[in-house]
Write a protein that binds this ligand. Structure first.
Ligand code: PGA
Length: 254
């Protein structure tokens, strides 16, 4: 009942020209795959180009990697939800671990942005996940619960259903070290339980929870076959159009 969502987080990669040639190959490879929702998340500068190119492609949406919680004004270097909407952006990644560790984003900041996104009818992809140190100290559940309660505070059930959660263990991002399907499933089940605690079971059952962290074509099927894993947020492996198309194909496991 939850449609899988596979997203390409390009991070600070891809010029407009590179994005165009990626899409030429990717769209040819992936065809009319409609068992899964596909989201391409380019850097801000390539969003207009990607949106234009995807204009008539139904099953591929456009996302952004970040946005401001503010509507407009004197915030040099920031991008608002309305600016993204104008470029047909549907999803926005919030609180990626790189934003949290390199740019000091807290759960409180992520929460403000999540509210601003919903106000503008953008669907947030809210990232959470523990560091290796926290995992080794047995704190996975405490960390996830704090991040969920803090980042999603005050969202209505309707908004929660329109929110995607990305579980990205920090130790698995860009390291080649993937969580095992069992480790990931365990975390996802805990996340869903916590979502039920902050709303109700039927709401929690509708929320999609992506896994992220060294997802590649070879490990997609085993991860996506887990009952609480509803998609993937893919970094490094999403830069190769053929590899990313393979990830999309390998994710239709139901
Ligand atoms: P990775 O990144 O696939 O390169 O590990 C995932 C992410 O940061 O979203």
């Amino acid at each position: 009942m939850r449609k899988k969502i596979i997203a390409a987080n390009w991070k600070m990669n891809m010029t407009c020209n590179e994005a165009e040639s990626f899409l030429d190959t990717f769209l040819r490879e992936v065809g009319q795959e409609d068992h899964v929702e596909i989201v391409i998340i380019p850097p801000f500068t390539a969003i207009a180009k990607v949106s234009e190119r995807l204009g008539k492609v139904q099953n591929v949406k456009v996302g952004a990697q970040n946005m401001s919680a503010q509507k407009s004004g004197a915030f040099t270097g920031e991008i608002s939800a309305a600016m993204l909407r104008e470029l047909f952006v549907r999803y926005v990644v919030l609180g990626h671990s790189e934003r949290r560790t390199l740019f000091g984003e807290t759960d409180e900041v992520v929460n403000k942005k999540a509210h601003a996104a919903h106000e503008a009818s953008l669907k947030p992809i809210v990232c959470i996940g523990e560091t290796l140190e926290q995992r080794d100290a047995g704190k996975v559940e405490t960390v996830l619960e704090t991040q969920i309660r803090g980042s999603l505070a005050g969202l209505s059930a309707k908004e929660l259903v329109e929110t995607v959660i990305a579980y990205e263990p920090v130790w698995a991002i860009g390291t080649g070290r993937t969580a095992s399907p069992e480790q990931a499933q365990q975390a996802h089940a805990f996340i869903r339980k916590t979502l039920a605690a902050i709303s109700d079971q039927s709401t929690a059952d509708k929320i999609r929870i992506q896994y992220g962290g060294s997802v590649k074509p070879e490990n997609t099927t085993s991860l996506m076959s887990q009952p609480d894993i509803d998609g993937a947020l893919v970094g490094g492996a999403s830069l190769d159009p053929r590899g990313f198309a393979e990830i999309v194909k390998n994710s239709s496991v139901d």
